[in-house]
Design a binder for this molecule. Sequence first.
Ligand SMILES: [Zn+2]
Length: 240
Amino acid sequence: MNQDVEKLWELQTVLTALAEREKQLNSKPESFAAVDREWQAANAEMEKLQQQIDVLSKERRRVDGELSDEQELLKKYQGQLMQVKNQQQYAAAWKEIDATRKHVKELEDSALKNMTESEGVQKQLDERKAGHDDLKSRYDAEHESWQGSLGDLRREAEQLRGRANAIESSIPEPLRREFQKIYSQRQKIAVARVVNEACSACRTRIRPALTQKLKRGELVHCEGCHRILFLEKSLEKTPS
Ligand SMILES: [Zn+2]
């Protein structure tokens, strides 16, 4: 039995190390997270500027279309002016020409305003793009170094997983099931070391009778947390 408890303790140690690796694998290191935040923000800003440019150029196309329609119309009215037969028709044609010229002027102003605005936004976008290469290379470097460290972690995790499987397969089935039950119910700690005659997981004192059982190699559960207790060999010889 003692040997089995030792195996359970070893399994616990390996699983704890594995859980630590898995936690590291799932979390971005701060060095990468910082540049990642900067990268995401810069991309979002550039996307916003590009969207503004798209909206402005769509508006520009609409204004240009309307402007050329109005200019056609103006030519038509000016042609009509040549064919007027009386003062009344002349005045009416001039009224149309006036209104259309006014509209053309408004559209030209609008196109000019649009162009100025577009240039301003394009300038901001160009400035962003100029700094982007530097940011990109910092991002790539941090990402690569993170991925590199993950490679080591993945290898370690794989080795630990293999080790855990090997230990598990050497433990009798009922004991293994008991371990797994406590492991899943008690924050991934199924086996607790006895330190200074107390359970290291919940600090409950171990009664002398239980310590005797432990020394005989029996399977003993903590009376506080019900975890399996493990007494290290070097600690077995307690001064009497
Ligand atoms: Zn306990």
